[in-house]
Design a protein around this ligand. Structure first.
Ligand code: NDP
Length: 452
């Protein structure tokens, strides 16, 4: 009999924590998990899932318009925010229950309490202290907002999912994933949207053709994207409107101001320092390729670590941890060529390097780019372009970057990510026959590099 209450205790029941707990329990480990909010974590409760549902809702607006070119008279349409939020909440409740039953059926003991490390082998959960051979920290991250006067009058994505009514006007601050996604959601649902970004172009770090195409298309849809600008103060007016003072001396007014200025790891009150777990200045927990912290029996996965902040990455890290520590199958997670998508309007999806990064890593490149009107918009008349781009290392012919902005981009790129991960060459892309008529076939039919 082990000297510990549990073989594994997991702090945080989001994507990474639940996956690790279930898999470890499946290997016969005695597993406990604690969660101070709702089981499911950011992705299920206040992230990817509700965001995608709102994004679907926002797309209908254009679908109704596009239908006319196909002979449909749609008639008058109207939108009911409360019904959307109620239906979205019902779906989140369903998924929360699925997560709860997954834990129960795998024999994991759930504690609906905050967890705090008391030592390398002890976790305090509510009034009780449990001992565990191994501890996994999977507490995720939360929105971060800059400390400016009046910031309390703003919201973050957490609150955006529960607004009482659709705002008439919204200012979204930030140029990253969440800012671009919510600018598209509010705009599609009918709010007047201004997006403010402090830098040169939105989606910093993405390929420059992706950045420029998305900014242009968002502007065409009516989003007022303003660059090189910062908010310095928010003032709530007696009528409820918020005045934003900007650093170029101008002002804006809106009924909702949403900061999407990044996220910080949830490490407050975790007892990391007392337990001896090393964290970086921003709170991120550094780990090795096996998700191990500086303490040999303490591990961390997901957004609380210093790695890529994406749900499927957390799932992979949690699964690999459980396989390694409890399944007799030690396997590191390979973080190369992780595909990702921004569910903006239009969406973006990408795998591999941007042109700038690829030049640094791979030297001379052959760049293939295609900008075209998707077939659907021949009859709809919508002036929306799709952009596809392939980056090929000239010396090896390997495709090292693939980028799409346009309808269905995330669905298209998921499949191509397998090819990129396997290191396929442009020649192998060329030998693949396209599916006609699709937009995706463009990725296997681009023959002439840019500038050739
Ligand atoms: P991001 O890091 O993507 O973007 C943060 C944005 O805020 C950047 O544009 C940044 O500017 C800006 N910013 C930061 N600090 C300030 C400041 N003080 N004043 C003004 N602007 C500021 O964070 P998000 O919150 O959008 O998302 C967090 C992470 O969550 C993402 O990186 C992603 O990993 C994940 N995520 C993934 C999604 C998906 O897969 N579809 C969806 C949502 C989130 P700058 O560029 O200059 O630093």
């Amino acid at each position: 009999m082990s000297e510990f209450d549990f073989d594994l205790f997991v702090i945080g029941a989001g994507s990474g924590g639940v996956r690790a707990a279930r898999i470890a329990a499946g290997y016969g480990a005695r597993v406990g998990i604690c969660e101070s909010s709702r089981v499911g974590g950011t992705c299920v409760i206040r992230g990817c899932v509700p965001k995608k549902l709102l994004s679907y809702a926002a797309h209908f607006h254009e679908e109704f318009e596009d239908a006319a070119g196909y002979g449909w008279n749609v008639g008058e349409t109207s939108f009911n925010w409360s019904r959307l939020i109620e239906n979205k909440d019902r779906e989140i409740d369903r998924l929360n229950k699925v997560y709860l039953s997954l834990l129960k059926n795998s024999g994991v003991r759930l504690f609906s309490e905050h967890g705090k490390m008391m030592s390398q082998h002890e976790v305090q959960v509510g009034e009780e202290v449990f001992t565990a051979d191994k501890i996994l920290i999977a507490t995720g991250a939360r929105p971060w907002v800059p400390d400016i006067p009046g910031v309390e009058h703003s919201i973050t994505s957490d609150e955006a999912f529960h607004l009482e009514a659709l705002p008439e006007s919204v200012v979204v601050i930030g140029g990253g994933f969440i800012a671009c996604e919510f600018a598209g959601i509010f705009n599609g649902l009918g709010s007047k949207v201004v997006q403010l970004y402090r830098g040169e172009q939105i989606l910093r770090g993405f390929d420059h053709d992706v950045q420029n195409t998305l900014a242009t298309e968002m502007q065409k849809k009516g989003i007022d994207v303003r660059l090189h600008i910062n908010v310095i103060e928010l003032i709530k007016q007696p009528d409820g409107l918020i005045t934003l003072k900007l650093d170029d001396g101008s002002e804006l007014q809106a009924d909702t101001v949403m900061f999407a200025t990044g996220r910080v790891p949830n490490v407050r009150g975790l007892g990391l320092q007392d337990a001896g777990v090393h964290a970086l200045p921003g709170g991120m927990i550094p780990v090795n390729e096996f998700s191990q912290t500086n303490l040999q029996n303490v591990f961390a996965v997901g957004d609380v670590t210093n790695r890529v902040n994406l749900t499927p990455v957390a799932l992979m890290e949690g699964h690999a941890f459980a396989d390694s520590e409890f399944g007799g199958n030690p396997r590191p997670v390979n973080h190369r060529f992780i595909p990702s998508a921004v569910f903006s309007h239009p969406p973006v999806a990408t795998v591999g390097f941007s042109e700038k990064e690829a030049e640094v890593h791979y030297g001379k490149l052959d760049v293939y780019r295609s900008v075209f009107t998707p077939m659907k918009h021949t009859l709809s008349g919508r002036q929306e372009k799709t952009m596809m781009k392939l980056l090929v290392q000239a010396s090896s012919n390997k495709v090292v970057g693939l980028h799409v902005v346009g309808m269905d981009a995330p669905e298209i790129v998921q499949g191509f990510a397998v090819a990129i991960k396997c290191g396929l060459t442009k020649q192998q892309f060329d030998q693949t026959i396209g599916i006609h008529p699709t937009a995706a076939e463009e990725l296997v039919t681009m023959r002439v590099p840019v500038g050739a």
